[in-house]
Design a protein around this ligand. Sequence first.
Ligand code: CO
Length: 216
Amino acid sequence: MIHYTIEELLKNNQSWAARKRALQPNYFDELSAGQKPPYLYVGCSDSRLPLTRYTQTEPGEIFVHRNIANQVSLTDINFLSVLDYAVDHLKVQHIIVCGHYGCGGITAALEGNTTGLVDNWVNPIRELYLQHQTEIDCLTTREKRINRLAELNVIAQVKNLYQTSIIRKCMREDNAPQIHGWVLNLKTGLIEDMKIETSKWGLHISAYELPLSGSN
Ligand code: CO
């Protein structure tokens, strides 16, 4: 694992920018003109998860929100602002919730080995574990239990997205972005698409929320 000094980070930046300019002289003119990313990525803050590296995407392609254990919290004004801006202004076509195996936040929720604010933050995941305790406790290794909870957490956060007023409004207007649940396996560097069946959540809108039809 390479650890650069702060000075080296700045030097790295200079050589990266010079390389970009050499390859494409107008690269930064175009980049600075504005953004129109098709993707919103909701991921874990873990330093090993810059999705752009894993997907070979460039600056300008992925709008990002990251927090510990990639949670979609309906009371998090930070996340909701990102979602609102991504959907309403940037008009992203896809939202990707990407968890990862071996997640420290998931482990903390499962094993209760943390204190302080993180303990509060991961509490919804502890609740999720309690909902699925029978299934998880049957798994034969600690790794399997942590990884299964990471998967269930991705499903829960995709479901939470459908509970936000922002996505519900899109559903009513029939222009909701596609929502995907992924898990990254750090042991292989590969992303697994969980292929979450979202239609049951997407269509679950009460009758009174549907737009009134023409005559009445
Ligand atoms: Co994590």
